[in-house]
Design a protein around this ligand. Structure first.
Ligand code: ZN
Length: 261
């Protein structure tokens, strides 16, 4: 599988222009930028630089947060940006509970309804939407869609132009993972994110491990993904306050290539 770099992996050391140059230097042909980094560089400028290198934009991070106040406009802008960058998908981190609420069922319904509202615009722009289920520890604050099964139920309900981003960090524990990857199939599997789960995990958000340093059976999950006919990239996405964000970014990219296999 070809390698893509989720730009969060070296965001503390490099800005987007430096990351683009770094990927080119290291022969990494895919990139998945975050919108704040794109905004800092300028959308046009970023799109131009990425295109000049012939990179595949494996995703734009992120749209979603359907339980927040400004979700409508924010997602409209995200779709436009993904279109401009020719991103393979717009990754949706769907949002958690509204402030002060305990109504998880209501939040999930709000998410489903929000996606239904933006999906026609995404289709028109030629931007597939990728729901990224997040680990249940994030249900309150970031995403109340926590399994591939939940995400795929929404996809099946809403039809074409929508699928899932399968991030091993969020779904490795799921007893139904193999079954749901198969269910997603080539059609719904829009992105595949890799890293590792460290034991112990010291921070719920920013302590992801480099592939091989934790307990996720990456070769097995990769086999399941490849069995669907998935022809996309594997995207390294590591948030690491204690380790990889402190290292020389050139070293980080070298290790990413080595460990991705
Ligand atoms: Zn991810």
């Amino acid at each position: 599988m070809d390698l893509s770099l989720n730009t969060a992996t070296v965001r503390k050391q490099w800005n987007l222009a430096q990351i683009i140059d770094g990927c080119a230097r290291h022969g990494i042909r895919g990139i998945s930028p975050w919108r704040d980094q794109v905004a800092a560089m300028g959308l046009r400028e970023a799109a131009k630089a990425i295109r000049a290198h012939g990179f595949t934009v494996t995703g734009l991070c992120r749209g979603g947060f359907f339980t927040a106040k400004d979700w409508r406009d924010d997602n409209r802008r995200a779709i436009e940006e993904a279109h401009e960058l020719r991103a393979a998908c717009l990754v949706l981190v769907v949002g958690g509970l509204p402030a002060g609420s305990k109504d998880l069922c209501g939040a999930r319904k709000q998410v489903r309804d929000g996606i239904a509202v933006i999906l026609p615009e995404a289709r028109k722009a030629g931007v597939p939407l990728a729901i990224e289920p997040l680990h249940p520890m994030q249900a309150a604050e970031r995403a109340c869609i926590n399994t591939l099964e939940q995400a795929l139920d929404i996809c099946d309900e809403l039809g074409d132009g929508i699928g899932v981003a399968c991030d091993v960090y969020h779904v490795w524990w799921d007893p139904k993972l193999e079954q749901q990857v198969r269910r997603a199939g080539k059609k719904r599997l829009l992105a595949y994110h890799i890293c590792d789960w460290l034991v112990p995990t010291r921070d719920l958000l920013n302590d992801r491990g480099m592939m091989g340093d934790g307990v996720i059976d990456l070769p097995t999950i990769r086999r399941w993904v490849e069995a669907t006919g998935y022809a996309g990239f594997q995207e390294v996405e590591i948030f690491s306050e204690h380790d990889w964000w402190k290292r020389d970014p050139d070293e980080v990219l070298e290790v990413c290539k080595e460990r991705a296999g």
